[in-house]
Design a protein around this ligand. Structure first.
Ligand SMILES: [Cu+2]
Length: 460
C-alpha cells in the first residue's frame, strides 16, 4: 500500500466509522430474538446505572442500546411458537420470538424509548401497566393513540419515574391478544438505597397466564371467558416451569403479575414470606405481615420476600387445586366410591384396553399417564424422587441448598433428606378403629346423604 492509499484509506475508515454510528443510532435498535423457553441467567447491565438484575422464570431480559443517555429497546409483536412443557407446543402471539416477551429492566429516573414493531395480522398497542407517564404514552388504542397498524413501528418514550414491579400488554383487541399470550414483565430498580426496598440475593419474576387449548390442537381459543384449561407461569405448565434455585440463607424476592381472568392464591411451602409491594409501589412497613399464601387478583401484581433458611425442595404453587392440573381435568365424573367391578369384564369384551379409573380418587391418572392425543400434557404428571408428583399447571419448587453457589441458578437436583427426617410407615400394631368400608365388604359402611346441586356451576 502506498502512502497516498494509506491516507485515503484511513480517512475513509474514519468517515465510515462516524457515519455508521450516526446512521446506526438513527435506525431501529436490533430486536433481540430468543429461541428457547429456558430461564436465562440474569442480564448484568452493560451500560447506565448499576442494579441487581432479576431472573425471569423461563424467560429473559431485553438488552438495550444506550443512545445519548436514552435506553432504547425494540419489541416486535409477532406470532410465536412456545413450548408450554416438553410434549406440547402452542401457537401464540408474543414479542421477540416468545410469549411472554422479554422482561424490561430499567433504573428509576431512566429515560426509556421503546420501539414497537407490529408483525401481527391485526393492529396492536402496548400499555405500560403501573407506570407514571404522559397520557399519550399510556397505550390504550383509540384513547391515547391511534392503533399501530400491521407492519408499522411506533415509538414510546417516557421517564421511569418510580421504582417497582410492573408489566406490559396490548390495549388493543385485548381479549384476543392477551388470550394469545401477549405480555411481558417490567422492573424499575431503585436508583439508590431505598428505605422500603431491601437488597436481595435472588430476585425472580413471572406472569400468571392462562390458555384454552383443546388437547390435540395448538392455537388458543380466543373467545373463552373463564373456562381456561392451561394454567401457566410465563406460558409454561408444570413440569415445564423451571425451579427457583437459591442458596441457604439468601434473601429472596419473587415478583408475580396476574394477566389471567381469575385470582391465584400463590402458596410457598416451608417458609413464611412478607408481601413487600405491588404495582402500586413498595408497601409501608406497617402494612406488611407474614403469610404463606398471597392472593393475586386479576390485573394485580405482588412481590414477596423471605430468607430461604430451610434446606429442601419446597413446593411453590397456586393453591386452587384445578390450577395445578393440565387439560382433561374437566368433565371427568366423580367416581369415588363407585364400584365398577361387575362392569369391567363386560366393558373389556367391547373395549379390551378399558381401565377403571377414579373410584379411589384420581391418583391413578398421575401414575398411568394414559395415551394422549398429540400435543397435549398429562393432567397430573411429574416425577419426584419418591414417585409421581401428580401435578400440572401452576406448580414449581423452591430448591434451597447449602451448597448452591452465589449467583448460580442451576438446578441442584433432588434434595437428599437427612436420615430420620422423612415421614415413615408405622409398622407396629394396626389401629382398631372402625371406619368406612365398601358396601359389599361385610363391614358396616358409613352412609352419607348428599344433596345434589341443581345446576352445573363453573369452577373458577
Ligand atoms: Cu391459580
Amino acid at each position: 500500500m502506498n502512502r497516498r492509499n494509506f491516507f485515503s484509506g484511513a480517512a475513509l475508515t474514519a468517515v465510515a466509522a462516524a457515519s455508521v454510528s450516526k446512521v446506526a443510532m438513527a435506525a431501529l435498535p436490533e430486536p433481540v430474538q430468543r429461541e428457547t423457553p429456558d430461564t436465562a441467567p440474569p442480564l448484568q447491565p452493560a451500560s447506565g446505572r448499576p442494579y441487581n438484575p432479576v431472573v425471569t422464570l423461563n424467560g429473559w431480559s431485553c438488552p438495550w442500546r444506550m443512545n445519548n443517555g436514552v435506553k432504547e429497546f425494540h419489541l416486535v409483536a409477532e406470532p410465536v411458537v412456545r413450548e408450554i412443557a416438553p410434549g406440547m407446543k402452542a401457537h401464540l402471539w408474543g414479542y421477540n420470538g416468545q410469549s411472554p416477551g422479554p422482561t424490561i429492566e430499567v433504573v428509576e429516573g431512566d429515560r426509556v424509548r421503546i420501539f414497537v414493531t407490529n408483525r401481527l395480522p391485526e393492529h396492536t398497542t402496548i400499555h405500560w401497566h403501573g407506570q407514571r407517564l404522559p397520557n399519550g404514552m399510556d397505550g390504550v388504542g383509540g384513547l391515547n393513540q391511534p392503533q399501530i397498524p400491521v407492519g408499522k413501528t411506533f415509538v414510546y418514550e417516557f421517564v421511569a419515574r418510580r421504582p417497582g414491579t410492573f408489566m406490559y400488554h396490548p390495549h388493543a383487541d385485548e381479549m384476543t391478544q392477551m388470550a394469545m399470550g401477549m405480555m411481558g414483565f417490567w422492573v424499575t430498580h431503585p436508583k439508590a438505597k431505598h428505605p422500603l426496598i431491601s437488597e436481595v440475593q435472588r430476585d425472580f419474576c413471572f406472569l400468571l397466564n392462562a390458555f384454552d387449548i383443546e388437547p390435540g390442537s395448538a392455537t388458543p381459543k380466543i373467545n373463552t371467558m373463564l373456562d381456561f384449561n392451561l394454567w401457566t407461569w410465563n406460558s409454561r405448565a408444570f413440569p415445564g416451569i423451571d425451579t427457583l434455585n437459591v442458596r441457604l440463607g439468601d434473601r429472596v424476592r419473587i415478583r408475580v403479575g396476574n394477566l389471567t381472568m381469575t385470582n391465584h392464591p400463590i402458596h410457598l411451602h416451608g417458609h413464611e414470606f412478607v408481601v413487600t409491594g405491588s404495582d402500586g409501589g413498595p408497601w409501608p412497613m406497617a402494612a406488611r405481615a407474614p403469610e404463606v399464601t398471597t392472593d393475586v387478583a386479576v390485573g394485580q401484581m405482588r412481590q414477596v420476600e423471605f430468607v430461604a433458611d430451610e434446606e429442601g425442595d419446597w413446593a411453590f404453587h397456586c393453591h386452587k387445586s384445578h390450577h395445578t392440573m393440565n387439560p382433561m381435568g374437566h368433565a371427568v365424573p366423580t367416581m369415588i366410591g363407585v364400584d365398577h367391578r361387575g362392569l369391567v369384564q363386560k366393558l373389556q369384551k367391547l373395549v379390551p384396553d378399558y381401565m377403571v379409573m377414579g373410584e379411589r380418587g384420581m391418583a391413578d391418572m398421575g401414575e398411568m399417564e394414559m395415551p394422549l392425543p398429540e400435543n397435549t400434557l398429562p393432567m397430573m404428571t411429574g416425577t419426584g424422587p419418591y414417585g409421581p408428583v401428580e401435578m400440572g399447571g401452576m406448580f414449581s419448587m423452591l430448591k434451597v441448598r447449602r451448597t448452591q453457589k452465589a449467583g448460580d441458578y442451576s438446578d441442584p437436583g433432588w434434595f437428599q433428606q437427612p436420615a430420620g427426617t422423612q415421614a415413615y410407615e408405622w409398622t407396629g400394631e394396626p389401629p382398631a378403629a372402625p371406619r368406612a368400608a365398601a358396601p359389599d365388604s361385610g363391614q358396616g359402611a358409613v352412609e352419607v346423604k348428599a344433596v345434589k346441586p341443581t345446576s352445573h356451576d363453573t369452577h373458577h
